[in-house]
Design a protein around this ligand. Structure first.
Ligand code: PRT
Ligand code: ZN
Length: 217
C-alpha cells in the first residue's frame, strides 16, 4: 500500500540540551543519517525513518497533530503544553525537576507564604495547576528566559523553574521550596490512528531501543 512506503517521522530538538544525547541514542540503535545539523528534515539511510529537527516547545503538539509519529522531548514540555500523546518510554537523560524557589532569607519560607505573591515562570500552566491544588492565590508572570533573575529585578517575588544541579538557584541567592514536577526525556507517540505499516515500524524501533538499553546495563 502507499502507506507502508511512508516513513516514520520522529521529532527531536534541533539544538539544545537534549540534541546530542538523542542523536547518540539513535546512532546507538543503528540508525544512519548525515548532515542533521544543516537540515530540518533528515532521512535515515538504513531505516524507514526521517527526523524533524525543531524547537523542543513544538514537539508535543507536532506529535499530537500527527505531523510527527514519535518525538523525543522532556516530560516538562509535554505536561506544560497539555498535548494529547502517549508516553512510550521514559529515558534516563535530561533529568530535572520543576521547582518553586524564592530568595533565601526573604519573607517566603514555606509554600503558604506564596499567597498573594508574584511568581515568574516559563511554565504558567503547571504553575497555575500547582497553586490551584494548594489553594494559593499568587500572580503568575510568564517570561521566556532568565527566570532566575526576576526576583532581583523585582519583576517577581519568587520563581518556578527547572533545576538540575541547583547551582543556578544558588548563584542567584534563591532556595528551592517545592518540587512541582519530576522530569526526564520521554519518547512520545501520536494518538492518531496509524497505518499498519507505521505501527510495524514503531514496533521495530522500540525493539531496537529496548535491546540497546539492555545492552547498556
Ligand atoms: O531552543 P529550544 O526551545 O529547543 O530549547 P530550550 O532552550 O527551551 O531548552 P533547553 O535545551 O535548555 O532544555 C531542553 C530540555 O532539557 C528541558 O525542557 C528539560 O526537559 C531538560 N533539562 C534538564 C533542562 C535542565 N535539565 C536544566 N537544568 N532544561 C533547562 N535547565 C536550565 C534551567 O532552566 C536553569 O536555567 O538550567 C538551569 C538550572 O540548572 P542547574 O544545573 O544550575 O540547576
Ligand atoms: Zn524550548
Amino acid at each position: 500500500t502507499a502507506d507502508s512506503k511512508t516513513s516514520l517521522r520522529i521529532a527531536i530538538q534541533k539544538s539544545g540540551r537534549l540534541t546530542d544525547k538523542t542523536i547518540d541514542l539513535l546512532k546507538g540503535i543503528g540508525l544512519r543519517f548525515d548532515d542533521y545539523k544543516r537540515n530540518l528534515l533528515v532521512k535515515c539511510r538504513n531505516f524507514d525513518v526521517e527526523l524533524l529537527l525543531i524547537r523542543d516547545d513544538d514537539i508535543p503538539e507536532y506529535v499530537q497533530d500527527g505531523v510527527c509519529d514519535l518525538g523525543f522531548v522532556g516530560a516538562n514540555v509535554t505536561a506544560e503544553t497539555g498535548a494529547n500523546v502517549s508516553v512510550l518510554r521514559d529515558l534516563d537523560y535530561g533529568v530535572c525537576r520543576l521547582s518553586l524557589a524564592a530568595p533565601k532569607d526573604g519573607d517566603i519560607q514555606t509554600t503558604e507564604d506564596f499567597d498573594g505573591k508574584t511568581i515568574a515562570t516559563s511554565y504558567p500552566k503547571l504553575t497555575r495547576d500547582f497553586l490551584d491544588k494548594q489553594e494559593l492565590n499568587a500572580n503568575i508572570v510568564t517570561i521566556s528566559g532568565a527566570v532566575e533573575v526576576a526576583p532581583r529585578l523585582e519583576v517577581a517575588d519568587a520563581i518556578v523553574d527547572l533545576v538540575s544541579t541547583g547551582n543556578t538557584l544558588k548563584a542567584n541567592g534563591l532556595q528551592e521550596l517545592n518540587t512541582i514536577l519530576e522530569s526526564e526525556t520521554q519518547l512520545i507517540r501520536t494518538n492518531k490512528e496509524l497505518s499498519p505499516g507505521k505501527k510495524e515500524l514503531i514496533d521495530k524501533f522500540l525493539q531496537r531501543m529496548d535491546g540497546h538499553q539492555q545492552a547498556e546495563r
